[in-house]
Unconditional design. Structure first.
Length: 117
């Protein structure tokens, strides 16, 4: 079992920056993939960025060159640095971890990011 707690969300003006943190309840050193997803009302949850245990990253096209995902294994924390924020980045952001095999997914409770238009 892995508990994930997100923090760092809030309201920021367009063009501003936020850094989200995801604190895990246990070591993330061997967690296969950790990722950030986001969801807006009436839409499916979408992948924003992911990072493997080996440090390989991937990003949604909409956030490339603006967002950066990183992990600090010693602190059991994954970060999402978000720069040049846009109103369309407004969403609830969820931390995700995948362990295994057998593959098991864990989710945080979410943190709201609001960028007014």
């Amino acid at each position: 079992q892995v508990q994930l707690v997100e923090s760092g969300g809030g309201l920021v003006q367009a063009g501003g920056s936020l850094r989200l943190s995801c604190d895990a309840s246990k070591s993330i050193f061997t967690i296969n993939v950790m990722a950030w997803y986001r969801q807006t009302p009436g839409k499916q949850r979408e992948l924003v960025a992911g990072i493997t245990s080996g440090g390989t990253t991937n990003y949604a096209d909409s956030v490339k060159d603006r967002f950066t995902i990183s992990r600090d294994n010693a602190k059991k924390t994954v970060y999402l640095q978000m720069n040049s924020l846009k109103p369309e980045d407004t969403a609830v952001y969820y931390c995700h971890a995948q362990t295994g095999p057998p593959f098991t997914a864990y989710w945080g409770q979410g943190t709201q990011v609001t960028v007014p238009s």
